[in-house]
Design a protein around this ligand. Sequence first.
Ligand code: DGL
Length: 273
Amino acid sequence: MINKYAPIGVFDSGVGGLTVAREIMRQIPNEKIIYFGDTARLPYGSKSKETVTRYSRQIVRFLQAQEVKAIVTACNTASAYALDEIEKETDIPIIGVVKPGAKVAAETTANGKIGVIGTEGTIASSIYSRYIKEINKEAWVIGKACPLFVPLVEEGLLKDPVTDEIAKRYLTELIDIGIDTLILGCTHYPLIRSTIGKIMGESVRLVNPAYETARELKELLAAEDMLNDREAELGDNQYRFYVSDAAEKFKHFANSIIKYGILSAKIINIEEY
Ligand code: DGL
């Protein structure tokens, strides 16, 4: 029997998944969250499917040891590479960020041309295309890996001419093709949404999988009667953060994007799980 007052587990390769945690905090503020960022082993975006699956499996074990009631794979690359396999091994609900983003894009495109930007791994997996075509067979999905976006965001260059220039180079191809919908298929990209939006122009709808995932999580918990309906259960440690390395750096970045004041991030040895 799942305890509805238990926390939700959220994981990512590092800090990027905080864009997903932030949406969960906004949309279901009455929930506890345990966040794990695999800061010792990032990036996931350039690693193989086998490695990302092994890492994800260890993290799911760690989160289950914390007795979470559901798990969100906030990382697009982990959702693309590992989720199919891991959900078969897990007896609590586990959702990724790819399906919710793909669904909205498939349902809202008018001209059927959808762009997806993400890490090399996410784009190579073609997972967004697969899910989009399950819903909209006619859709034409064009993927574009944008590997420099992650370091630019982590360097804090959110509004900077360098980021503008690199974004133009990556995105011109998608503009020329005439897409009307663009999926921000990487945890970090919502943080440069305004730059991407400016380059793509107003006629292109940007889909943020972080937002759609929080919405889907809320619906899922409601349908299963798993939403925390007692504020008193939140205690004074509503959000807990764990990392595999560099806790101070994580805390600094986290505090720049989450308004709750993250006081600590605890280092754990994820290889033990
Ligand atoms: N979190 C990853 C993703 O969404 C980006 C960072 C990385 O490559 O680890 O795909």
